[in-house]
Design a protein around this ligand. Structure first.
Ligand code: PMV
Length: 307
């Protein structure tokens, strides 16, 4: 008999507001769930012996999840299904998402969280869903901090420290964010390795940079809780400089950050692994000038409030 799946499951996308890279070394990060996530729907296949399929048109994915597949998404999904004792045959899973994939917005965590929920159902605990998602995330990232899976499952604004229970943050005012995809692909594993290599080369200089990133997170959380967007904007700019010192920015991201500030953003920084992926700007008084500053890049505007 085919192992059952629930008909529908959802998960959030995510954006790292502050703290990327330093979070790998145990410093805090703050991230926000995005309403743009993923919805998965499962339907039985006519022949229950046929392999599970996964089709997500928005991400150009149309896969059969058969053991031995060398497609990373198929391998990650099979790891999740194995972790949850889910089915490997008899189901067609279809996904819809308004999130760009491979842009540092948590698409893989959203997928693996939603897949775990198809097996466990809507009442599953966040911890169980995160553990299943991490089984898949390890295929993509080797050694993920776990931040993406947590935010994909829980949403809202979270302070996250590796290995500790996350703390929900209550914004004093909605955070007006603008996420601008650079269109440049990025590899999280490569960027984590770049940062590590700089730390190993110059530990006495680079360790204080990681500590400063962690301090920017604590000050950023205070600013978020008090609705102090001006201070938060300054912290975005500082964080972008610190990430440059960690060797994970690029001339293209530096230019985008400068353009966003010139277009009235309160602050701007790379978000996620860096060298590609997205820029995150804190919107100022005139969002339309930000749109005009990036005519070809389709900025995504999001208001993040308490969950
Ligand atoms: O994969 P991305 O672009 O969402 O960013 C990863 C964030 C890092 O801090 C660089 C790595 C991690 O596992 O937290």
């Amino acid at each position: 008999m085919t192992i059952p799946l629930h008909p529908r499951a959802e998960a959030h996308g995510k954006v790292i507001v502050l703290g990327e890279h330093a979070v790998v070394y145990g410093y805090p990060a703050v991230a926000a769930g995005l309403p743009q996530g993923i919805v998965l729907e499962a339907q039985p296949r006519p022949d229950p012996r046929l392999p599970v399929t996964l089709t997500i048109p928005a991400w150009d994915l149309d896969l059969e999840l058969h053991p031995g597949s060398d497609h990373p998404v198929a391998r990650a999904c099979l790891e999740v299904l194995a972790h949850c004792d889910g089915p490997v045959t008899g189901w067609a899973i279809r996904g819809a998402s308004a999130l760009p994939s491979r842009a540092g917005l948590g698409s893989s965590a959203a997928l693996t969280v939603a897949l775990a929920r198809l097996v466990y159902g809507p009442d599953a605990s966040i911890d169980d869903v995160v553990a299943a998602s991490l089984a898949g995330e390890r295929v993509f990232h080797g050694e993920p901090s776990g931040l993406d899976s947590r935010v994909a499952a829980q949403g809202g604004v979270l302070r996250y420290v590796r290995g500790e229970p996350p703390r929900a943050i209550n914004p004093g005012a909605p955070l007006p964010l603008c996420i601008i995809p650079s269109g440049i692909p990025r590899s999280t594993a490569d960027q984590v390795a770049r940062c590590r290599s700089r730390l190993e080369h110059l530990p006495s200089v680079v360790r204080p940079v990681l500590i400063a990133v962690g301090q920017a997170v604590e000050s950023g959380i205070h600013a978020i809780e008090h609705g102090d967007l001006d201070t938060l904007g300054v912290l975005f700019d500082v964080a972008h400089g610190l990430l440059g010192a960690l060797d994970v920015s690029s001339p293209a991201l530096d230019r985008m950050a400068a353009d966003a500030r010139a277009a009235g953003a309160r602050g701007a920084k790379l978000t996620g692994a860096g060298r590609g992926g997205c820029l995150l700007a804190l919107v100022g008084d005139a969002p339309e000038t930000l749109t005009a500053a990036f005519p070809n890049l389709r900025p995504l505007f999001v208001e993040v409030a308490a969950s």
